[in-house]
Design a protein around this ligand. Structure first.
Ligand SMILES: NC(=O)c1ccc[n+]([C@@H]2O[C@H](COP(=O)([O-])OP(=O)(O)OC[C@H]3O[C@@H](n4cnc5c(N)ncnc54)[C@H](OP(=O)(O)O)[C@@H]3O)[C@@H](O)[C@H]2O)c1
Length: 294
């Protein structure tokens, strides 16, 4: 199989490297170099460009005559369906979405793809090619018939990018607690990895650990006290996170229900004490509305 990857950003480079390791014949071309001069000789053309570039690029390629009718064209955007490449349909063997649900943060360090999930959906030949590429990369292809790509992408972003931002705040808290900053990623990376393993193997609510699960309202109250004093900007997120943990903890029932009632009281008190003095009211607002919705 011959693959041409147009777009040498984080995803394009990682996919090209992964496929080359599997002995696939891959050509990688930076999109900012423009379209190639010669016809693209490939079974699969992957457009690994930014989402907003996909439509204009598809139109340009369709008009260029550079893509063969035998070639299928894939894009990697989570938020967009195959239709993002619609202009290419009349001149190719079909188009599809091939979205790896993996976080690619660097152009030189590539994350492990094995056991990652790929959403593959589109025209029959193109979807089949996307599924084959996913399998070659050791990933699991999936196709959900009625997937709302906006919601799907929001979920992926909340977990991947939210976790990175949460870890960055965790780093600030570790520094406040006396850990040298350069040590923090080394501590938090393996911690996140253990969460990832728990989520994958145990699912929810079992993946939850910690004082909220144990119904330890006193521990949460002390932590809130420290945050209020030493890192008040992190307090709304801390409280929102505890609110999000509470329904999981109640379902697990590792402590009497009265402990979780006490936890709610602590969080309600802390929330109303904090909201007016911080910039992060939306997080607090969400936490409160969750509570009032129960
Ligand atoms: N990153 C992720 O975690 C992830 C995960 C799943 C899916 N995706 C999807 O994969 C596709 C590619 O995403 P990506 O993360 O690889 O994006 P990216 O690293 O930003 O690269 C995408 C394109 O942006 C261009 N680019 C890079 N830096 C630029 C700059 N400073 N100014 C202008 N253009 C610049 C690159 O050009 P050159 O080709 O010329 O280098 C490349 O073609 C998107 O559809 C995205 O939604 C991303």
């Amino acid at each position: 199989m011959k693959v041409f990857v147009l777009g040498a950003g984080k995803v394009g480079r990682a996919l090209a490297q992964g496929l080359r390791e599997k002995k696939v014949d891959v050509t990688l071309r930076p999109a900012r170099k423009g379209l190639p001069k010669a016809r693209i000789d490939a079974d699969v053309l992957v457009l690994a460009v930014r989402d907003r570039e996909l439509g204009p690029l598809a139109e340009k390629l369709a008009a260029s005559g550079l893509v063969s009718r035998k070639t299928v064209v894939l894009h990697n955007a989570g938020a967009l369906p195959a239709d993002a490449l619609a202009p290419l349909r009349p001149v190719t063997a079909g188009v599809a979405q091939m979205h790896p649900m993996i976080s690619f943060a660097s152009r030189t360090f590539f994350p492990t793809l094995t056991r990652g999930q790929v959403h593959a959906k589109g025209d029959p030949k193109a979807e089949k090619a996307a599924r084959s590429l996913a399998k070659l990369l050791g990933m699991t292809p999936r196709t959900f018939a009625k997937l709302d790509t906006i919601g799907y992408h929001a979920a992926a972003g909340l977990v991947a990018n939210g976790a990175a931002a949460l870890a960055a705040i965790g780093e600030e808290l570790l520094v406040v607690a006396g850990v040298p900053r350069e040590e923090a990623p080394k501590m938090l990376g393996p911690l996140l990895r253990s969460v990832a393993e728990n989520v994958e193997k145990l699912g929810f609510p079992d993946a939850l650990t910690g004082p909220v699960r144990r119904g330890d309202a006193g521990a949460i109250e002390r932590q809130i006290g420290l945050l209020r004093e030493r890192l008040p900007e992190a307090l709304p997120l801390f409280i929102a996170s505890a609110w999000a943990q509470l329904p999981l903890a109640r379902t697990l029932a590792d402590a009497p229900a009265s402990n979780f009632d006490a936890m709610e009281t602590v969080l309600t008190r802390a929330g109303s004490a904090v909201a007016p003095t911080t910039k992060r009211r939306p997080a607090h607002g969400r936490a409160q509305s969750r509570r009032s919705a129960r």
